[in-house]
Design a protein around this ligand. Structure first.
Ligand code: ADP
Ligand code: MG
Length: 695
């Protein structure tokens, strides 16, 4: 921000908290809503609940001390009275309210003990004929230590100093007007209108953002997003990776030659790949063979078999003489990958290693040395893989499981670990399906492969909703299931405010269940356990030594124990939809009929009800994601960390889907034909925040 900037004097940091770092950001700091100070409502006509501006003469100003300190000011207009009530006030303020003084107040009308009142209204001392405002008054998003007045003053100054440039070339402007009707004016005029709308503007159109001024701003914001994504993609095209060619994938029936690692792995699998798996293996294989870094997201619902696809990609890279890193968000998951993949791959001559936080320092050093000396082909691990002490000899492919759990910085670090100035190919995996509109914007820079088919023989999971009062019946069901040789997960919710409490719940639940189910053994798994202990509990569960496992959400992602066929989720109403879907996906992985019991505690909130109903009604990850998006909105759905993008502030991907499409088309043309204007547009809208997009 420039030194003389308007906001500097009043605390840059406080403004920075609102995302305002430049004067330009002030201009983009658009009102949340408006107050109508253009008209006065006669006091006698106001009703409780109205948001109104009134005017009257002071008849009484009194400080009362009980039940608490209050300043009460009565104003009167033609015999109708309104009480203005203040809980925090200065004594100088009290003195302003001399009898007969005209006051103009704006706020919500309530019906108090003694008739109409307003709590903490905004007010001004006026003459009876002081002119009314000709424009709606903006109410801005604000934060601690910043008043509306401070923001209004700063915005007004910024608007005086700057004119927002027109960045849309004439021809595209014309196209926009044709494709999105009613969008006439310039960005600058739209911004000015939104900061101070004239009286006659439709309030509803402003509130719903359907007003042409809003539409123009939303379009500009989407265009900035599309331009930056497009550009990140183009710049990736100019970057180099090592091409990792492969031998063609044999047909399912053919006996593969042992010389081909990919074919070798396929031959050693106890199952045949599904058609969808074969297709995505093909897509990934083609990308890997190119000298352009792959940036591909592998999507498949929980249980669709992404791991083996990743292993095949790894084989292709390893056969081409490169190293592969497979990173997972938790030790449990990373350890499971390692445990499953290492024996299969080692049998084919692949050298595997394991690196996670819990590995002893001396062993870590050994593994790092082996990685640096290319004595390791595949290293599986957690964040420990991207510590600066890890130096790959020839990293050709980085695979990131459950990518939504990682931040953009972490993915960037893996990219930076390439060899000879070349960037490793990147394969990201996620079971969280992304609805189409989101994919089009946030993930426009990714290629996406979808596994849209589950391995054969899977039966749909039955979902039951059960009130917490019927816990005893459930215990009986568990006993029966175990008697039939099944295994059971019992998940306790995370208690946000207190990790210790969370832990205690899990410990208590385990004890209760162990007592109720005696002599059956009940295991316990939670996030605070030492990694070695977690691993041994998981190992015993996998080996069927423990029939029932009480766990916190540490098992949410990726855990794969096909024999487990009963999942109980306690306090299901406290979980988010994506989490519930992931948890439910821990069962239904074998051929047995699986059941997921959602144990809930009433009374349920509206959102809680909507979520449980969704879980009951559908098992389709895409449908669940779509409803989740409806319930939560895209910002929360993705999380700022995950998207790495400045979240869209004004646009709504569902509501503005049409504009997303237009912006996407225009971004392509603009980058090709008007690169300077594209630069300018990005500078004005994102101002340096684009770096993250290159992940
Ligand atoms: P996710 O996509 O959730 O990561 P996994 O890769 O863990 O799923 O696979 C789930 C289970 O399905 C694993 O036990 C895996 O061995 C098995 N599996 C994967 N592909 C097939 C297939 N084509 N046929 C049968 N079972 C398969
Ligand atoms: Mg998985």
């Amino acid at each position: 921000m420039r030194r003389s900037s308007s906001s500097e004097a009043i605390g840059l940091e406080r403004f920075a908290k609102l995302g305002i770092r430049r004067d330009l950001d002030l201009i983009l700091h658009l009102p949340l809503r408006y107050e109508d100070e253009t008209r006065l409502i006669p006091i006698g006509d106001t009703r409780a609940g109205d948001h109104a501006q009134v005017q009257g003469q002071v008849t009484r100003a009194e400080v009362t001390l009980r039940p608490r300190k209050n300043l009460l000011v009565d104003i009167d207009q033609d015999g109708a009275r309104m009480t203005l009530r203040f809980l925090n006030f200065y004594s100088s303020q009290v003195r302003q309210f001399t009898e007969g003084q005209w006051i103009r107040a704006i706020g919500e009308v309530r019906s108090g003990l003694f008739g109409r009142e307003m709590l903490h209204p905004r007010y001004r001392l006026v003459e009876p004929d002081t002119p009314l405002s000709k424009r709606l008054s903006p109410v801005y998003p604000s934060g601690a230590g910043i008043s509306q007045t401070m923001i209004r003053v700063a915005v007004r100054k910024a608007l005086q100093q700057y004119q927002w440039p027109e960045t849309l070339p004439e021809s595209l402007g014309r196209r926009l007007r044709q494709q999105a009707g009613g969008m006439g004016g310039s960005t600058d005029s739209a911004l000015r209108l939104l900061h101070a709308p004239p009286v006659d503007v439709s309030h509803a159109a402003l509130a719903e953002k359907s007003h042409p001024a809003w539409q123009r701003i939303i379009f500009d914001e989407l265009l900035a997003q599309q331009l930056s994504l497009r550009r990140a993609r183009l710049s990736r095209g100019t970057q180099q990776a090592h091409g990792l060619p492969r031998l063609p994938l044999p047909q399912a029936s053919e006996a593969p030659g042992r010389s081909d690692l990919v074919a070798g792995l396929i031959a050693s699998l106890p199952f045949a790949l599904t058609a969808a798996q074969r297709r995505v293996v093909g897509e990934i294989g083609q990308d890997l063979a190119l000298e352009v870094p792959m940036n591909r997201l592998l999507q498949g619902d929980v249980g669709s078999g992404k791991t083996v696809v990743a292993a095949l990609a790894a084989c292709q890279a390893i056969a081409a003489g490169f190293q592969v890193a497979l990173m997972a968000p938790t030790e449990i998951l990373a350890e499971q990958h390692s445990r499953k993949l290492a024996p299969m791959l080692e049998a084919l001559g692949v050298r595997c290693a394991w690196l996670a936080g819990s590995v002893k320092d001396a062993d870590k050093r050994k593994v790092r040395a082996a990685i640096a000396a290319h004595q390791v082909d595949l290293v599986v691990g957690t964040h420990a893989l991207i510590e600066s002490t890890v130096q790959f000899a020839r990293l050709g492919l980085a695979i990131i499981d459950e990518q939504h759990r990682f931040g953009v910085e972490q993915r960037l670090k893996l990219r930076a670990a390439g060899w000879q100035e070349r960037i490793p190919h990147q394969l990201m995996m996620s079971a969280t399906p992304i609805p189409r509109t989101l994919a089009m914007s946030y993930y426009a820079d990714l290629d996406v492969s979808v596994i849209d088919e589950l391995p054969p023989g899977r039966q749909p999971i039955q979902t039951r909703l059960l009130g917490a009062g019927r816990r005893d019946e459930l215990i009986e069901r568990i006993r029966e299931a175990v008697a039939e040789g099944r295994q059971v997960y019992w998940v306790c919710p995370l208690i946000e405010e207190s990790e210790t409490l969370d832990l205690q719940t899990a410990i208590d639940t385990r004890e209760d269940l162990a007592a109720a189910l005696a002599p059956l053994e009940v295991g316990l798994l939670h996030g605070r356990m030492p990694a070695a202990e977690k691993q041994s509990v998981m190992a015993r569960f996998v080996a069927r030594e423990v029939p029932v496992l009480v766990a916190t959400t540490v098992i949410e992602v990726g855990v794969d124990v096909p024999n487990a066929s009963l999942m109980v989720i306690e306090h299901a109403e406290r979980f988010g939809l994506a989490q519930l879907h992931q948890l439910r996906g821990r069962v239904g992985r074998g051929t047995a009929q699986s059941i997921c019991v959602l144990l809930y505690q009433g009374p349920l909130s509206e959102t809680g009800k909507a979520r449980l109903k969704t879980m009951y009604e559908t098992q389709d990850g895409f449908e669940i994601a779509r409803r989740d998006l409806q319930i939560r909105g895209p910002g929360e759905f993705l999380g700022a960390r995950q998207s790495g993008l400045p979240l869209l502030r004004f646009a709504d991907l569902e509501r503005d889907a049409d504009l997303v499409e237009i912006a996407r088309d225009m971004a392509t043309d603009m980058l090709r034909d008007y690169p300077e204007l594209a630069d300018k547009h990005l500078h004005y809208w994102l101002g340096g925040r684009e770096e993250f997009l290159k992940a």
